[in-house]
Design a protein around this ligand. Structure first.
Ligand SMILES: Nc1nc2c(ncn2[C@@H]2O[C@H](COP(=O)(O)OP(=O)(O)OP(=O)(O)O)[C@@H](O)[C@H]2O)c(=O)[nH]1
Length: 630
C-alpha cells in the first residue's frame, strides 16, 4: 500500500491527527516541491445520496495489473505502484474516499477477479466492446499515444501501411492486435507473452517493430537498457490509448463519483505523475517525409510569393511611373486639374498647383472654400451660364465643356476653358463630384477677338467693312420683318475723289478717306452703324429711323465738311459728297434688303447725276433736289 493511501486511511479513522499532520505535510510538500493541492483534503463535495451509497458499498477494491510498468507494477517491497496508481490515489484523495488494491497474480487473474465481481475496479485500461460486456468506464485518467518501436538502424515510420515484409510483435491479450490485423494487413504479427518480451523481440531481431504505448516504451527502453531501440513514429489517432477505470456495470454511481475526482486532475498534475515514474523528456523523432512535404510546400509558397512579388513590383513600378508622369502632367498643365462638389460654391476637394498661376490664389486657399470659393472667382455675369451648362450636362449624363471668365486675385479678368465630367457611384444614382480641367484661354480669346475685329473692320479707316455691314443689315432686316423696327440706310460717295489721287497722289487720297471716315463716325449716334462700303463709298445705317433724323445727320455732316480742310503735308484738301437714302419703312411687303440697298444705290447715282454734293431721298423728293439741298 502506498504511504499516501495509508495516510488518508489514518486520517479518516482519526481526524484529530490532522491537527498534527497537516502542518507537517505542508512543510514536507514545500521541501519536496510537491504541489500543495496534492496534500490538501477532499475538494469534491459528494451529495448525501453519494455518501450514503459509498457507506453501503463498503470497501472500494481495485485489481491492477501487477506487471505493467510504469503504469502499475509491484515495487521491491511487494506494494503496488505506478502512474495509474498515483492518478487513482489523487482522484480518491480529491473525493475523500479510500480505495483498496487487491493484488492479483497477473493481468489475466485481475480480469478474472473483475469478471467474478470480486473487485469493483480495474484501474487502467482502454474501453473495448468486449470489456463493455461487464464494465462501465470512467473518463480517461491518462491519454497516451501509441508509437512504433524499431531498432536504431530502422528508418523513421511515416506510414506503416507502406512497410512490406515486416514483422510486428505484440503481447498477447491486448486490445490492439485485432485492429493491427485490420489496419496493417501488410504486417506479419508475432505474439509474445509479456510487454517486456515484445521489446526484447525487437531488440534481438526476432521482429522488426512493435506498437506500444509511448509511456511504456520510454520506460521499458530506459529500464531494460535496450538502447538499440528507438521510437520510430507515432501510430494513427485510433491507436491513442485512453486509459480509464473500468467499474463493474452494477455500480454506475461509483463510476460517476470517480469521474468527479478525475475531473479535478489538471494536465500539469498528470505530467508530474508521469515524469515521476518515467522521467523522460519526449523528443519527437524527425519525420523526414513530413519535413520534406512541409519543405516542398514552403518552397512552393516561397516560389509563388517570389513570383507575385516580382509581378507586384512590376505593377508598382508601372504605377509609380504612371503616378509620376501624371504628377508631372498635372504640375505642367496650362491650368488646373480639379475635383469639386456639385454645390453652390463648387467646393474644391482637390485642385492642382497651377491654381496659383491661374487665379492668383494658392490651391489650399480654394480647398473646401478656406479663403475663397471657386464660385466667387467666376465673373458674376457668367455664373448663371456656368451653372446652367453643368446642370444640362448632368441631366443629359454627359461631360461638359464651357468657356467663361474668372476674376483673379489682382482683379484681372481671364477667360478659361473648362471641361469636366460627373463622377457617379456604381448605380449612377447619386452624383459624387465633378472632375476636370480648367485652362487659361485669355490669350486665345484675345487673339480671336483681334482676329474678329480685323475681320469686320476696314483697315484704312477703322470703320466696319462691307461684309460686316451687309451682315448687320441682314439682321436688321429680319428684325424689321418680325417687329417692324424701321431703319434707314445712306450710301455716301465722295465727289471727284479720283482727282485728289491723281493730283496729290494715293497717300493724299488715303488721308482724305481716313479723315472723312472720322468725321462720319462723329456725326452718327453710338448705336448707329458706319462702314466703308468700298473705295470712296461709305454706308450709314440709322436704326429707329425717322426721316428727320437721317436728314439732320447728313445735313450736319455736309455742314462740317464744308468747313473741313484736310492738311496733306501742308496742302489743304477739301471734298464734298453725294448720298442716296432708302428707308425700310418704304419697302413693299415682298421687298427685302437687296431692294433697299438697290434703292439707296440708285438714289446715290441720281445725286451724282444731278450734279453731286447733294442727297436724294425718294424719287419724288429727288425731283425737287438741287445741289446742296438735303
Ligand atoms: N487713295 C485711295 N484711292 C482709292 C482707294 N480706293 C479707291 N480709290 C480710288 O478712288 C477713285 C474712284 O474714282 P471714280 O470711281 O472715278 O470716282 P470719282 O472720281 O470720285 O468720281 P465720282 O464718284 O463720279 O464723283 C479711283 O481713282 C480709285 O483708285 C483707296 O483706298 N485709296
Amino acid at each position: 500500500m502506498r504511504p499516501l493511501i495509508l495516510l488518508l486511511a489514518l486520517l479518516r479513522r482519526a481526524p484529530w491527527m490532522a491537527v498534527v499532520l497537516n502542518p507537517a505535510c505542508l512543510l514536507l510538500a514545500l521541501f519536496l516541491g510537491v504541489p500543495i493541492t496534492q496534500a490538501a483534503g477532499p475538494s469534491v463535495a459528494l451529495t448525501a445520496e453519494e455518501t450514503t451509497y459509498l457507506r453501503r458499498l463498503g470497501p472500494i477494491t481495485l485489481a491492477p495489473d501487477p506487471d505493467w510498468a510504469p503504469f502499475e507494477h509491484l515495487d521491491e517491497s511487494g506494494g503496488i505502484t505506478g502512474i495509474a496508481i498515483d492518478l487513482v490515489e489523487l482522484a480518491a484523495q480529491r473525493l475523500g474516499i479510500e480505495i483498496t488494491p487487491v493484488i492479483a497474480r497477473d493481468w489475466d487473474a485481475a480480469v478474472e477477479l473483475s469478471k467474478a465481481g470480486d473487485v469493483l475496479i480495474l484501474p487502467f485500461l482502454n474501453r473495448t466492446s468486449a470489456r463493455e460486456e461487464w464494465l462501465t468506464f470512467t473518463e480517461p485518467l491518462l491519454i497516451d499515444p501509441s508509437v512504433f518501436i524499431t531498432r536504431e538502424e530502422h528508418p523513421f515510420i511515416a506510414d506503416a501501411t507502406q512497410l512490406s515484409d515486416a514483422t510486428i510483435v505484440l503481447p498477447s491479450g491486448t486490445s490492439m492486435e485485432e485492429r493491427i490485423r485490420r489496419d496493417f494487413p501488410n504486417l506479419t504479427i508475432l505474439q509474445v507473452p509479456t510487454e517486456n518480451d515484445a521489446f526484447q523481440a525487437v531488440s534481438n531481431r526476432a521482429a522488426d517493430l512493435t506498437l506500444r504505448s509511448l509511456t511504456v516504451a520510454a520506460y521499458t527502453i530506459r529500464k531494460e537498457g535496450l538502447f538499440n531501440l528507438k521510437i520510430a513514429g507515432q501510430a494513427p489517432e485510433q491507436y491513442v490509448n485512453r486509459l480509464r477505470m473500468g467499474v463493474l456495470q452494477s455500480e454506475p454511481l461509483l463510476r460517476d463519483i470517480l469521474d468527479k475526482g478525475i475531473a479535478t486532475i489538471s494536465p500539469r498534475e498528470r505530467e508530474e505523475i508521469v515524469n515521476r515514474h518515467v522521467n523522460i523528456t519526449i523528443v519527437k523523432p524527425m519525420d523526414y517525409g513530413f519535413i520534406l512535404r512541409i519543405a516542398g510546400t514552403l518552397a512552393a509558397l516561397i516560389g509563388v510569393s517570389f513570383y507575385w512579388n516580382l509581378r507586384l513590383k512590376k505593377i508598382n513600378d508601372a504605377l509609380s511611373e504612371s503616378e509620376r508622369s501624371k504628377s508631372v502632367l498635372i504640375a505642367n498643365l496650362p491650368g488646373v486639374a480639379y475635383r469639386c462638389r456639385h454645390d453652390h460654391d463648387w467646393t474644391m476637394e482637390f485642385i492642382s498647383a497651377g491654381c496659383l498661376q491661374l487665379t492668383g490664389y494658392r490651391s489650399e486657399d480654394l480647398l473646401h472654400n478656406r479663403v475663397i470659393a471657386y464660385n466667387d472667382l467666376v465673373a458674376p455675369q457668367d455664373r448663371e451660364q456656368v451653372r446652367a451648362i453643368w446642370q444640362e450636362a448632368r441631366d443629359a449624363d454627359r461631360p461638359a465643356a464651357l468657356e467663361y471668365r474668372i476674376i483673379t486675385a489682382d482683379r484681372q479678368e481671364k477667360w478659361v476653358f473648362e471641361q469636366g465630367v460627373f463622377v457617379h457611384d456604381h448605380g449612377k444614382r447619386q452624383v459624387w463630384m465633378i472632375e476636370g480641367l480648367i485652362i487659361d484661354i485669355t490669350a486665345r480669346k484675345r487673339a480671336e477677338a483681334e482676329l474678329y475685329r480685323v475681320s469686320i473692320h476696314d483697315e484704312l479707316t477703322g470703320l466696319y467693312n462691307r461684309r460686316y455691314m451687309l451682315e448687320r443689315l441682314g439682321a436688321l432686316m429680319t428684325e424689321f420683318t418680325r417687329e417692324a423696327h424701321c431703319f434707314a440706310i445712306a450710301f455716301i460717295d465722295l465727289d471727284y475723289f479720283k482727282k485728289i489721287n491723281d493730283t496729290h497722289g494715293h497717300p493724299a487720297g488715303d488721308l482724305v478717306l481716313r479723315e472723312f471716315a472720322a468725321l462720319l463716325g462723329k456725326s452718327v449716334r453710338p448705336y448707329d452703324l458706319v462702314g466703308r462700303y468700298g473705295g470712296e463709298e461709305f454706308i450709314v445705317v440709322v436704326t429707329d429711323s425717322h426721316q428727320r433724323k437721317i436728314e439732320t445727320m447728313l445735313a450736319r455732316l455736309r455742314e462740317s465738311l464744308k468747313h473741313q480742310v484736310f492738311d496733306f503735308h501742308g496742302t489743304p484738301l477739301s471734298v464734298t459728297f453725294s448720298a442716296g437714302v432708302a428707308n425700310s419703312g418704304d419697302l413693299a411687303p415682298d421687298e427685302g434688303i437687296d431692294t433697299l440697298i438697290m434703292q439707296a444705290d440708285e438714289r446715290l447715282y441720281a445725286a451724282k447725276a444731278q450734279g453731286r454734293d447733294r442727297v436724294v431721298y425718294r424719287r419724288a423728293l429727288s425731283e425737287d433736289t438741287s445741289p446742296g439741298l438735303v
